[in-house]
Write a protein that binds this ligand. Structure first.
Ligand code: ZN
Length: 117
C-alpha cells in the first residue's frame, strides 16, 4: 500500500528492513523486492529477499526520508511497541503486522509537517 500526498511530492510505504540498509519496495511471488538505501537517500536495486529474514520495518518516502526501525525481537516478552520492538513472524513478502503499519503511517504523516496539508 502506497501513501501519497495530494501534490504527489511525497510517496511513502511501510517497508520491511533487512540487514545492510536494504528495504523492500514491493513484493513478487518469490519474496520481497528490495533496494539498498544509500547515504544520500538514493536507492539501488538489490534483488529479491525472503521476507522472513527481515530485521524489522520502517516507513520510507520517495523524498529520501526514512523513519526509525521497528525492530523484530525474538520473544513475546520483549515486545514493546512504545520502544518500537515487535514480536512478529512475517511471511515471504515481509509484510508488517497491521498495528505496525498504522504506526508507520503516522510517522510518515508526521515527517510531512503541517504545511503540506
Ligand atoms: Zn517525504
Amino acid at each position: 500500500m502506497i501513501w501519497e500526498t495530494d501534490d504527489c511530492a511525497h510517496e511513502g510505504w511501510a517497508a520491511a528492513e533487512f540487514s545492510d540498509s536494504r528495504v523492500s519496495v514491493g513484493s513478487e511471488t518469490g519474496g520481497a523486492v528490495v533496494v539498498r538505501w544509500g547515504p544520500e537517500g538514493e536507492a539501488e536495486p538489490a534483488g529479491l529477499l525472503d521476507g522472513r529474514d527481515a530485521v524489522g520495518w520502517c516507513a520510507v518516502c520517495e523524498c529520501g526520508w526514512r523513519g526509525p526501525l521497528w525492530a523484530r525481537v525474538a520473544t513475546p516478552a520483549e515486545h514493546d511497541t512504545a520502544r518500537r520492538r515487535v514480536h512478529a513472524a512475517p511471511g515471504l513478502h515481509g509484510d508488517a503486522p497491521d498495528d505496525v503499519k498504522d504506526a508507520l503511517h503516522r510517522e510518515w504523516t508526521d515527517h510531512l509537517g503541517p504545511a503540506t496539508f
